[in-house]
Design a protein around this ligand. Structure first.
Ligand SMILES: N=c1c2ncn([C@@H]3O[C@H](COP(=O)(O)OP(=O)(O)OP(=O)(O)O)[C@@H](O)[C@H]3O)c2ncn1[C@@H]1O[C@H](COP(=O)(O)O)[C@@H](O)[C@H]1O
Length: 118
């Protein structure tokens, strides 16, 4: 049976990640004892990058060996940690969306073939 993922009306509006970006910005300077976002920021870019890598690995494991519920959970962790890293680097999420918009309609195969040869 095909899986049907239930989405909330809120997440369908497409601004979930934008709201998360604002929350992360607001929590960055909070008390690391009570805020995970602040704790991550206090620990530095190295730790944030390491967490992103760990969540990517856990997402891969979920995809290969677990079910949709686990894949959804790990994907949420992955996106959250990516948003924290982008925030720490001062990269607006809108810039990432703009890059995706720029790529829209350009086949990955064609784009790769058009790259200059070494
Ligand atoms: N979306 C999230 C979110 N997703 C995952 N996590 C946390 O990410 C961590 C990842 O779990 P892990 O087991 O991999 O991490 P860990 O082993 O506890 O960490 P390490 O000891 O390895 O560093 C957990 O502590 C999760 O609770 C999140 N923490 C916060 N948010 C959002 O950020 C907002 C602000 O959070 P605070 O800054 O904590 O107030 C929240 O209201 C949420 O909207």
């Amino acid at each position: 049976m095909a899986w049907r993922i239930m989405t909330s009306p809120q997440s369908q509006s497409g601004d979930t990640l934008s709201r998360l970006e604002a929350t992360i910005a607001a929590r960055r300077a909070a008390d690391p004892e009570s805020s995970y976002v602040a704790k991550l920021n206090a620990s530095g870019l190295g730790k944030m990058s390491q967490k992103l890598g760990e969540e990517a690995t856990e997402t891969i494991i979920a995809a290969l060996a677990q079910g949709p519920k686990e894949l959804i959970g790990e994907s949420a962790d992955l996106l959250f940690h990516l948003m924290v890293l982008l925030g720490a680097k001062g990269v607006p999420f809108a810039d990432v969306l703009a890059e995706l918009d720029r790529r829209e309609g350009v086949s990955g195969i064609a784009e790769k073939a058009s790259r200059p040869k070494d």
